[in-house]
Design a protein around this ligand. Sequence first.
Ligand code: GMT
Length: 374
Amino acid sequence: MKIAIVCYPTFGGSGVVATELGLALSHRGHEVHFITYKQPVRLEVLNSSLHFHEVNVPDYPLFHYQPYELALSSKLVDTVKTYGIELLHVHYAIPHAYAGYMAKQMLKDQGIDLPIVTTLHGTDVTLVGKHPFYKPAVTFSINHSDCVTSVSESLKQDTVNVFEVHKEIKVIPNFVDFSKHQHHDEDCQRSLIAPDDQKIITHISNFRKVKRIDDVIEIFYRTQKEVNAILIMVGDGPERLSAMETCEKLGIENKVKFLGKSNQVYQILCYSDLFILPSASESFGLAALEAMMMRVPVISTNVGGLPEVNIEGESGYQFELGDVEGMAQKSIALLNDEQKLESMKDRAYTLAKRFDIEAIVNQYVAVYKAALGH
Ligand code: GMT
């Protein structure tokens, strides 16, 4: 198949999923075309079955807001015609599903049928999409997609609750690639980061309000009083600066390392002992799954799709939103119990295998075939 993928090219989960899916499809012999404003961060190699087409939005002084959707839909039309694209897969409804619909209509005018698969990722429904300014357009683009998928049962339910959806939503969970990333103790170089007797706690996110960065710091603050530990903060976003200030106020700035955006998340997870994700909302929690794949147990809230990924008492523990004391106490207990920690690391790894890319890519291919009427 010749497939065009539209996604955000940044470090966010939806972009990562879209890119890894495209890579896997190209390995299976499909021709994949990424169409977005920048080369996706995980798309390192381009070849005859893996293309990138940049969407340019020239600045024009008349416009207060530059019309990205317009440029994207025009680029889609051009690319579909030039390369004979058979199907469009858009990740994140806003504005991609809308631009996809416009492209589909323009192509229809020229006698070309382009089926659209829309994958909902989370904040496009639970946060941004339900805003009254966007809701009618998002509802419309969901209902006019040929197939709609969501990354968890929880997100499917949220979508049905928020929008008047007439389309069936198929749940296809996010995935990880075990063939690319394996935990090998000998490759971890843990000793470069911390001495043997020090535990390593990690948090990875885009540092938005929804990630409850204050809770991450508070959980660590309480934990480090009882356990010799450091906290590694990976990612960047609006809450980073105030989190750094809080660490200074609490006198733990030497124990908290802010690494910023990193291409080395698997390397960092490899030497981590515990992953913290106290989010206020999380449709799936790809970062938690990536941690589990690297044998890192997860302390998380029980919101959204997190209970579908992090299994209570097995791969980690779940708490009510804001229960920093509960999360700290469980972190302390687990990090102080070497045997329990080791068995939970093993179980986290085993449970991550439910989301191995091999099985999940087949589900997307089946959806593509259905959209194409095969
Ligand atoms: O977490 C974010 O804010 C980024 C966002 C994105 O679009 O990249 O993540 C969403 O999609 C991910 C991939 O499907 C999910 O794993 C995240 O749980 C989801 N984030 C939220 O629902 C807050």
